[in-house]
Design a protein around this ligand. Structure first.
Ligand SMILES: Cc1cc2nc3c(=O)[nH]c(=O)nc-3n(C[C@H](O)[C@H](O)[C@H](O)COP(=O)(O)OP(=O)(O)OC[C@H]3O[C@@H](n4cnc5c(N)ncnc54)[C@H](O)[C@@H]3O)c2cc1C
Length: 502
C-alpha cells in the first residue's frame, strides 16, 4: 500500500531544524544512482553529504528562536510559527518581509544553491494564491487538493523540488510524438485511487535532497499531449521514482580548502525517471488539461514568485562576485589604476542594475482580486533577461582582473601542509598584506566561482534555469508595457505632415 502524504511518519507538524531535515532523508528508501551504483543513504554519501548539511543549515537558521521574526510567520491553520517562504503576501510590506527571509537564506549559501526549499515554495505560493485556475475545468475541480498540499508543505516545513521540462530527445516532435510515446513523463493509466505516471523528465536540481517532487510541464504543449498536461506531486522515495545524478563536484573536490564552493554547495542535478509511479488523486492538481497546465504558470503568480526568489538569490551571488573582484585588485596592488577601476565600474553597474530591478519588482508589485500582492512582472522579466547576459560577462571581467593568479596555485592543500613545499609557496605566492596561505585561499575561492566544473555548471544554470534565453525574451516581450510607447509614436507622428510642423 502506497503511503499518502498525510500519514508519512518521516515528518511532523511545525518548524524543522537541520537535524529533523536530515532524519527525514536518512535511509528513506529513495532510489538515487551515481557512478554506477545505488546510493544507500544520501545523508552520508560523499556526493550529497555536504549539500545535505548546507540545506540543514538553512533549516537551523529558520527554526532558530532568535530569528523568529525575520524567518517565520503564524500559520493560519495551526497558529504555529512557520517558514516565511510559504507566506502569501497581502501587502508590499509582506513582500519585503519575504525578501528579507529569502535573502538571509541566500547569504548562508552565498547564492550558490539555486533550488533551496524557497524556490519551489514560491511556485506553490503563487498557485495557492490563484486557486481558481485549478477549478477551470468544472468537471474536475482540483483547487482543494492544491490548497491541502500547500498547507501540508507549509505546516510540516517540507522541501519540494520540481521537474517541469522533458528530456532533450527530439525537440522537433511534440511530446506524444516521441518514440516510444511514453518517453516523456505522463499519465499511462488511472485507477480508483489515483493515476500511474511513466516516463522521464530532464533535470531535477536538488531532487536527491528534497522530500517531495512536483512533476508538471512548462514547455508549451500541443493537442494530443494531454497525458503530459499534469501537475502532480510525489514523495522522492515513492516506489518507481529513480533519480540519476550527474557527476558530483563535491565528491571530486580534493578538500574544502581547494574547492570551497564545489565541496559545500553542489546541490546536484538529476534525470528523473518515473517507472509506473502511482500518484494518489489528492496529489493531482492538474489532470490531462492543456489549458490549465499552461495557465497555472502565467494566470497565477507562480512563475513570478518562484523567479523573484531566484533574483533575490542571484543578487547575493553578485555581491560575492563584486567582493572578490575588489579583494583581488587590492591584493594584487592594482586597485588605483584607472582602467582597473573602470572595469570594476562595469561590473558594479550590472550588479546594481539587477539589485535595482529587484527593488523595482517590489516597488511595482500588483495585487490580484483576492488581495494577494505579487512582484511586478515587467521588472522581473527584465532582470531574468539581463542576468543571462550579465552573469557570463561578470565572470569574464573577474577572470580578466585575476590573470594567471587563479592558475598559478599549489595543486592542493597538501602542498601547504608539506613544510618543504610550503617554504617556496610562502616566498613566491604571496602579496604585501597576504601570506601564501591567505593568497592561495582567496584565489582558490575565486577559481571555484569562475573556472571550476562547479563554476561552469553555474554559468549554465544562470542562463537556463528560468528557461532558454529565447523563451525568457519572448516572455519579456509579453510583459513589457507597450501602451505608452505606442502613444508616444502616435504623438510624434501627429505633430507634422507633408506641409511641415502642425
Ligand atoms: C543547471 C541546470 C539546472 C536545471 N534545473 C532544473 C530543475 O530543477 N527543474 C527543471 O524542471 N528544469 C531544470 N533545468 C532545465 C531547464 O529548465 C531547461 O534547461 C530550460 O528550460 C531549457 O530547456 P532545454 O535545456 O531543453 O533547452 P531547449 O529547449 O532544447 O533549447 C536549447 C537551445 O536550442 C535552441 N532552440 C530550441 N528550441 C528552439 C525554438 N523553438 N526556437 C528557437 N531556438 C530554439 C535555442 O538555442 C536553445 O537555447 C535545469 C537546467 C540547467 C542547465
Amino acid at each position: 500500500m502506497v503511503k499518502r502524504y498525510a500519514d508519512d511518519e518521516r515528518f511532523s507538524l511545525g518548524l524543522r531544524d537541520g537535524e529533523k531535515y536530515i532524519n527525514g532523508l536518512k535511509n528513506d528508501g529513495r532510489s538515487v544512482f551515481i557512478d554506477g551504483e545505488k546510493v544507500d543513504d544520501v545523508t552520508v554519501h560523499p556526493a550529497f553529504y555536504q549539500a545535505v548539511r548546507s540545506i540543514a543549515n538553512l533549516y537551523d537558521i529558520s527554526s532558530n528562536p532568535a530569528n523568529r521574526e525575520l524567518m517565520t510567520f503564524k500559520s493560519p491553520n495551526t497558529d504555529l510559527p512557520v517558514n516565511k517562504i510559504w507566506m502569501v503576501p497581502k501587502s508590499k510590506e509582506d513582500l519585503e518581509e519575504r525578501r528579507a527571509a529569502i535573502e538571509c537564506w541566500a547569504e548562508a549559501t552565498f547564492g550558490l544553491m539555486g533550488r533551496t526549499p524557497d524556490h519551489v515554495a514560491g511556485f506553490f505560493v503563487g498557485w495557492a494564491a490563484g486557486l481558481d485556475v485549478f477549478d477551470r475545468n468544472i468537471n474536475m475541480r482540483r483547487s482543494k487538493n492544491l490548497l491541502n498540499f500547500f498547507n501540508y508543505l507549509r505546516d510540516y516545513d517540507l522541501f519540494i523540488t520540481y521537474t517541469i521540462v522533458p528530456p532533450q530527445v527530439d525537440r522537433s516532435k511534440p511530446m506524444h510524438g516521441q518514440n516510444p510515446s511514453d518517453l516523456y513523463a505522463g499519465v499511462i493509466d488511472e485507477c480508483d485511487d489515483g493515476v500511474i505516471i511513466h516516463g522521464a523528465q530532464m533535470l531535477g536540481t536538488a531532487t536527491a535532497l528534497s522530500d517531495y517532487l512536483c512533476l508538471s510541464q512548462i514547455t508549451p504543449l500541443k493537442k494530443g499531449d494531454e497525458n503530459h498536461a499534469v501537475n502532480v506531486v510525489v514523495a522522492c522515495n515513492a516506489p518507481g521514482v529513480r533519480i540519476y545524478s550527474r557527476r558530483s563536484y563535491a565528491a571530486a573536490a580534493s578538500s574544502v580548502y581547494d574547492y570551497p564552493l564545489s565541496s559545500r554547495f553542489d546541490e546536484t542535478d538529476s534525470l528523473v525517471v518515473f517507472d509506473k509511479v502511482f500518484i494518489p488523486w489528492e496529489q493531482v492538481f492538474v489532470y490531462k488539461d492543456l489549458e490549465i497546465c499552461r495557465d497555472q504558470w502565467w494566470d497565477t503568480g507562480a512563475h513570478a514568485f518562484g523567479n523573484h526568489q531566484a533574483q533575490i538569490r542571484l543578487c547575493v551571488k553578485l555581491k560575492l562576485l563584486m567582493g572578490l573582484a575588489k579583494r583581488v585588485v587590492q591584493m594584487n596592488g592594482i586597485e588605483n589604476i584607472p582602467s582597473v577601476q573602470t572595469l570594476l565600474g562595469d561590473m558594479a553597474s550590472y550588479a546594481a542594475m539587477l539589485e535595482g530591478l529587484l527593488d523595482a519588482q517590489i516597488a511595482t508589485c500588483t495585487s490580484n482580486s483576492d488581495g494577494v500582492v505579487e512582484p511586478g512582472r515587467q521588472a522581473l522579466y527584465a532582470s531574468i533577461v539581463l542576468q543571462t547576459e550579465a552573469y557570463p560577462k561578470m565572470l569574464d571581467w573577474i577572470r580578466e582582473l585575476c590573470g594567471g593568479g587563479i592558475i598559478q596555485l599549489p595543486s592542493s592543500a597538501q602542498d601547504l601542509l608539506n613544510p618543504n613545499i610550503r617554504a617556496d609557496i610562502d616566498r613566491y605566492i604571496q602579496s604585501p598584506d597576504y601570506s601564501g596561505e591567505e593568497r592561495v585561499k582567496l584565489m582558490k575561492l575565486i577559481w571555484d566561482l569562475v573556472g571550476s566544473e562547479f563554476a561552469g555548471r553555474h554559468e549554465q544554470y544562470e542562463k537556463f534555469y528560468a528557461g532558454p534565453p529565447f523563451v525568457v525574451k519572448s516572455r519579456m516581450y509579453k510583459e513589457y508595457d507597450f501602451e505608452k510607447s505606442e502613444y508616444l509614436v502616435d504623438s510624434a507622428l501627429s505633430g507634422y505632415n507633408l506641409k511641415g510642423r502642425l
